[in-house]
Design a protein around this ligand. Structure first.
Ligand code: PLP
Length: 435
């Protein structure tokens, strides 16, 4: 308990936190973790159904990943990006092997936001065009262009980048298009995007940037025809399609990439793919852009005007190699898919049948959202004070939740077991009943 007090008092004295007014923060002290559990210095345990910021796909303290980082640290902990490094090449090879055909190269960044920055830069230079279209219900990161491509409230105090235009994507539960079926929502959302493209001037648009499944905005799984429809619109107007797989990629949806589930017969092959989080579960900060061959060829003769001191950092690269190899050999992506289909999805739907406060359950793999409402008929979002009480009650019961607006995102590591899902479902059930 003394160490927890020290941890929190040092934090409150000296650590400046993200996205917050600093005055009233009360961060949880976390000392360690393993698998789906984390604990404080006093040994109080939490079942981690947040995966932190939806990034610890392989769970905490995976021994093979820790060992790979230790081995690389003993060999060569850092080296300039202009060199050739074996761990970096092995990491890039494993990433392109899990990408659609026609993607041969990876540009490594420090995280997701600068992956978006560089994807936007590549799209602009490749097309010679300027504008980037993205959705209001999105989060793409905290840096210059990424935060303005973002649609949610975090964009508004940060609107200093130019050339960004926003539109509405499909979200049947709160349809912007008066739709009542997924087919209607899909067709009308595509019509809306076409009209935005036409009105903005197609020849000025470099890219449409989309999260394959918008995550922070509420795990908004698009209807099956939407992404193929966006791809077709991009082709019609010579626009690049950038899919942001930072949160959805590398296991979260029960696929290697979230786009795999939509890419039937090559219907959704993007031009650029951004990744971070799940690629190494954040054991070392890293992200990047997976580049299709035509875009990569643009920079065969022409200088790519971008770079980072830590691009392809060897500790990050070694952790990617170990993570992807362990995910493969331990069947971790398949586990996420099975858990979603057989255990977590049905379990969450059973909770919705029992608790009127759950307006909608949606998701796939280990990527789910419970949308909470104070009235099921008019779908009024549950009030912030109630969400706060629910969060506190989940923590009291030993579950670390991911709470965003009026939603609980149910996003455990991909290694989660049936037993752990059962424990979590029981805790959600009790906390919802208490609410
Ligand atoms: N893109 C998406 C879809 C994300 O969810 C996030 C982070 O949550 C980012 C980009 C930004 O990544 P990072 O925080 O690593 O910069």
């Amino acid at each position: 308990a003394d160490l927890d007090d020290l941890t929190v008092s040092l934090d409150r004295a000296h650590v400046f936190h993200s996205w917050s007014a600093q005055g009233a923060l009360a961060p949880l002290s976390i000392a360690g973790g393993k698998g789906c559990q984390v604990w404080d210095h006093s040994g109080r345990q939490y079942l981690d159904f947040s995966s932190q910021l939806v990034n610890t796909n392989i769970g905490h303290l995976h021994p093979k990943v820790v060992e790979a980082i230790q081995e690389q640290a003993a060999l060569l902990p850092t080296i300039a990006p202009s060199t050739a490094n074996l761990a970096r090449g092995e990491a890039a090879k494993r990433i392109v092997e899990r990408s659609p055909d026609g993607f041969g190269k990876v540009f490594f960044t420090n995280g997701g936001a600068d992956a978006i920055e560089n994807a936007i830069r590549m799209a602009r230079l490749h097309t010679g065009r300027d504008k980037v279209l993205s959705t209001y219900r999105s989060y793409h990161g905290n840096t210059g262009a990424a935060v303005v491509a973002t649609g949610d409230w975090r964009r508004l105090p940060n609107e200093f980048a130019r050339g960004h235009v926003h539109f509405f994507g499909p979200y049947l539960y709160r349809s912007e298009f008066w739709a009542t079926t997924p087919e209607e929502e899909c067709a009308r959302a595509l019509h809306h995007l076409r009209r935005v493209i036409e009105a903005e001037g197609p020849s000025s648009i470099a890219a449409v940037l989309l999260e394959t499944i918008p995550g922070t905005a509420g795990v908004l799984v698009p209807p099956p025809g939407y992404l193929p429809g966006v791809r077709a619109l991009c082709d019609e107007f010579g626009i690049l399609l950038v899919l942001d797989e930072v949160m959805a990629g590398f296991g979260r949806t029960g696929e290697w990439l979230a786009l795999d589930a939509f890419n039937v017969d090559g219907a959704v092959v993007p031009d650029l793919i951004t990744f971070a989080k799940g690629v190494n579960s954040g054991y070392v900060p890293v992200g990047g852009v997976i580049i299709s061959d035509p875009v990569a060829a643009t920079f065969d003769e022409r200088v790519f005007p971008g770079g980072l001191t830590y691009s392809g950092h060897p500790l990050a690269a070694a952790s990617i190699v170990a993570t992807l190899d362990a995910m493969e050999s331990e069947g971790i992506v398949a586990n996420a898919k099975r858990i979603g289909q057989d255990v977590l999805g049905p379990g969450l739907r059973a909770l919705a049948a029992k608790h009127d406060v759950i307006g909608e359950v949606r998701g796939t793999g280990v990527f789910w959202a419970l949308e909470l409402v104070s009235d099921r008929d008019d779908r009024t979002p549950l009030a912030a004070a109630d969400m706060g009480r629910l969060k506190a009650s989940l923590l009291d019961r030993g579950l670390l939740p991911f709470v965003q607006d009026n939603r609980v995102h149910v996003v455990p590591p991909c290694i989660v077991t049936d037993d752990e899902v059962d424990q979590a479902l029981a805790i959600y059930d009790e906390a919802l009943a208490a609410l």
